[in-house]
Design a protein around this ligand. Structure first.
Ligand code: 26V
Length: 804
């Protein structure tokens, strides 16, 4: 290994040791490791071809991968080897590890889930390819200036990417616009020929994804947009140097940036171009592969399963129909059967504003043939609906692929549902709500189509790599088999009452907290008491996730401490991190409030150590890997019914944090697995939220009954935390009083009380530690290996390791 790293440095980086900096060493190390990855990759590909195995294609506009060096090393079992080699070379492994930029090709939960699932598909030896876009710029860098979020372009490719393989030979032509010609062939059948007005080239880049123990390696194939003609020489020669390059800029804009807003559709033409570009390239690629092995498109559904990660790639349903019918002359009904049998669709949110729709005129202009196919599918489908539910106009209106009520728009959720044989939600509660709400009528029409696949996380990244101390402890307790079988986590439960195990468990947590305290001091200059309760909420900033509820409770606690400064308070640190969508003003205001409150509290000498508040800027995967192992308390406090699943909740509990949370998303299933004594549940249920919203969302009555909340709201409203701009939060507080859609006021008292229970339990270290151990012990179910095994057996019909 030492020799390979040195050779990579010499020949590929082009440096000698004395001239090499840490970045050069990082690249040399990554390239040396990549060679070992490639060996496994070729073996996996060869075996898939030889056995004519069915393949899984995971289509997603987002893959939030983070760093790969430690991941690849751990999965290949090369950690110690590489550390030793670098030691001999006088290079600090941890320093070079941190040089790797995060691949932040995703917004949040949906993108990170795709990354966990890719890793699990490799670990379970499923022949799979992840398809996505190679954004030049991932999720924006967040800088907080004077409490206000500012967005800066992210630059993960600046220094190249040693993990990727550029594949200039694998490129496809993607058309946009133009018109559709009808031609009659010899059998007087009408053929449709699409003549696009514009063409863009899609070029492949592969990133190999190594499974656990190097067992299997799959590829993440990302598409980059290139102009067909990079420069118009005639224009250039006539002196129009900018105009000569304008087509290129237009074409390449498609893969320039990741859209930075989750939960609100972008609605712009560029977003639709991104979606079609990547769907069309991926389909051409997988059809080429299929035809090479199996000669005919008619067996596609037997040899390929395509999973749609939300509606974002769902134009692929229509594109596959177009290819089958127009290019391969497959009869319409057969084409539709193949299409439906090939696709599955995962829904990740019920928020009505997050469901994608495209204006019909935009679709007609950009994808004219696809619009025709949508009309035809809709006609035949609504005919069926009419037969099944005669006279039910409401049913027709809600099921139609085209929404006629908000201007004419194509509903991508309906397209995805209709074009898939299975549709899944991401937690038991979410799936149940899908059946009752957004897809109520679809469920009546196709009762067996909706099913649940509760989310999971890869334990390799979120425990073994990010928390080696706890990993060693569980291995010592249960045996090394635990690393290969997540069900063995249950065997930790008996250790929960073992005093010496509790002691060791707490010592690991303490070390991780010391590491986080160091990071906090370096990044934001706040000194933390490492023995305080670390109370953490890290996730995208969104009203439904209710960071505001947490901040208001922080103020209430602050007031209580000031009222009785001499009481023996359990010291607490509130840690926040997360990005707000650039145009989401209220979310940005919540970030500002967190900073205003932190400034006041952290500079109040009467509090001493009892309370500190920090907001860590630029939350990303790498930051999560440091924060999660150090958390004592995990905040999962969304308005019930609104968080589809959550996956951070699972990561915290796996690392021995206790959860304070609502009965929302996967929290419900976590409660079932850790038991109600070991999780702090509070607040309205989804049903109660629903009922209350039907009544009123005016919370004045609630507020009048709560002195604590009253005092907090008045303080914020009056500008106690914003003397520079006393009116800054007036609108925010007014919404809570009279338009409390997210139930902040309605849930406040229950939350405040539950936080006091948390503090009381924290005062009984043995009880706390017992619960912490039981949380780790209860998380086996939430391994993404379990999720992927369910997808493989119920949806994709492919075998998983160990294969019999
Ligand atoms: C929508 C859009 C609209 C266009 C612009 C870019 C963009 C990006 C994302 C979205 C929808 C995001 C939905 C989402 O992230 N859902 C989350 O999925 C997680 C994995 O299933 C789940 O744990 C979270 O609860 C859920 O909020």
């Amino acid at each position: 290994m030492r020799d390979s790293i040195e050779q990579k440095l010499y020949y590929q980086v082009g440096k000698i040791r004395i001239a090499a900096n840490n970045r050069d060493w990082y690249v040399a190390t990554a390239l040396a490791v990549r060679d070992r990855v490639v060996d496994g990759w070729h073996r996996s590909t060869d075996s898939t071809y030889t056995h004519g195995a069915k393949r899984v294609y995971y289509m997603s506009l987002e893959f939030l991968i983070g760093r790969l060096l430690r991941d690849n090393l751990a999965n290949l079992g090369l950690n110690d080897v590489v550390k030793g080699a670098l030691d001999q070379l006088g290079v600090d492994f941890d320093a070079i590890r941190q040089i790797e930029p995060d691949a932040a090709l995703g917004n949040g939960g949906l993108g990170r889930l795709a990354a966990c699932y890719l890793e699990s598909m490799s670990s379970l030896a499923i022949p799979a390819i992840g398809y996505g876009i190679r954004y030049e710029r991932g999720l924006f860098r967040q800088i907080v200036k004077n409490g206000f979020q500012q967005e800066y372009p992210e630059d993960w490719l600046e220094l190249g990417n040693p993990w990727q393989f550029e594949r200039p030979e694998i490129s496809y032509n993607i058309g946009f616009g133009g018109e559709v010609a009808m031609v009659s062939d010899s059998d007087s059948e009408t053929q449709h020929v699409w003549h696009p007005a514009e063409r863009v080239e899609a070029v492949a880049y592969d990133i190999p994804i190594v499974g656990w123990r190097g067992r299997h390696v799959n590829a993440l194939r990302l598409w980059s947009a290139r102009a067909v003609d990079p420069i118009r020489l005639d224009a250039f020669n006539q002196g129009d140097h900018v105009g000569a390059l304008s087509e290129r800029a237009r074409a390449e804009s498609i893969s320039q940036v990741l859209y930075p807003s989750d939960e609100t559709p972008a609605g712009q033409e560029l977003r639709l171009r991104q979606e079609y570009f990547f769907a069309a390239a991926s389909l051409q690629d997988l059809l080429r592969r299929h035809l090479k092995s199996f000669k005919t498109v008619e067996t596609l559904h037997e040899k390929a399963a395509i999973q749609l990660n939300d509606t974002h790639p769902s134009i692929a349903v229509i594109e596959l129909m177009r290819i089958l019918v127009d290019d391969h002359n497959v009869p319409w009904q057969q084409a539709w059967d193949i299409t439906r049998e090939t696709f599955c669709y995962t829904n990740h949110t019920l928020l009505p504003e997050a469901l994608e729709t495209w204006p019909v005129p935009l679709m007609e202009r950009l994808l004219p043939r696809h619009m025709q196919i949508i009309y035809l599918l809709n006609l035949m489908f609504l005919d069926e609906v009419k037969q099944r539910f005669p006279g039910d106009v409401a049913m027709m209106t809600s099921l139609s692929l085209v929404d006629e009520t908000h201007g004419r728009r194509v509903r991508m959720g309906n397209v995805a549902f209709l074009g898939s044989h299975k549709v899944n939600g991401v937690s038991a509660l979410h799936t149940d709500l899908m059946r009752k709400t957004v897809f109520h009528d679809f469920n009546a029409m196709y009762p067996d189509r909706i099913n649940n696949k509760t989310n999971g996380i890869t334990f390799r990244r979120w425990l073994y790599q990010s928390n080696p101390g706890l990993t060693q402890l569980v291995v010592d307790a249960v045996g090394p088999e635990i690393l290969d079988d997540e069900t063995l986590f249950a065997k930790l439960a008996p250790f929960a009452d073992d005093a010496s195990f509790q002691e060791k468990f707490a010592a690991v947590k303490q070390d991780n907290k010391a590491a986080l305290a160091k990071l906090v001091r370096e990044r934001v200059g706040v000194r933390l008491n490492p023995h305080a309760l670390f109370d953490v909420q890290i996730k995208r900033i969104h009203e439904y996730k209710r960071q505001l509820l947490n901040i208001l409770e922080t103020i209430a606690l602050y007031n209580a401490i000031r009222a009785q400064p001499m009481r023996d308070w359990a010291p607490r640190v509130k840690i926040f991190a997360g990005k707000a969508a650039p145009s989401y003003h209220r979310a940005k205001l919540i970030i500002k409030l967190a900073h205003d409150v932190a400034r006041v509290i952290n500079s109040d000498p009467t509090l001493r150590d009892a309370l500190k508040v920090v907001f860590l800027p630029n939350y990303n995967v790498s930051l999560a890997e440091v924060v999660i192992p150090a958390a004592d308390l995990s905040e999962q406090i969304s308005t019930a019914g609104m968080e589809a699943s959550g996956t951070g909740n699972m990561k915290f509990a796996l690392n021995g944090a206790l959860t304070i949370g609502t009965l929302d998303g996967a929290n419900v299933e976590m409660l079932e697995r850790v038991g109600s004594d070991n999780i702090f549940i509070f607040g309205l249920t989804a049903e109660e939220v629903e009922a209350r919203r039907r009544q009123t969302i005016d919370s004045s009555d609630f507020i009048a009954k709560s002195d604590v909340l009253q005092e907090v709201l008045t303080a914020v409203e009056n500008g106690n935390f914003s003397p520079d701009d006393p009116g800054r939060y007036r609108g925010l507080i007014e919404a809570i009083r009279y338009h409390d859609y997210f139930m902040v006021a309605a849930d406040f008292d229950a939350y405040y009380r539950r936080q006091r229970d948390v503090a009381a339990t924290w005062r009984r270290p043995s009880d706390w530690r017992r619960s912490a151990v039981l949380n780790t012990a209860g998380m086996g179910f939430f391994s993404s290996d379990r999720s992927i095994r369910e997808y493989a057996s119920d949806l994709w019909n492919v075998p998983t390791w160990p294969k019999k």
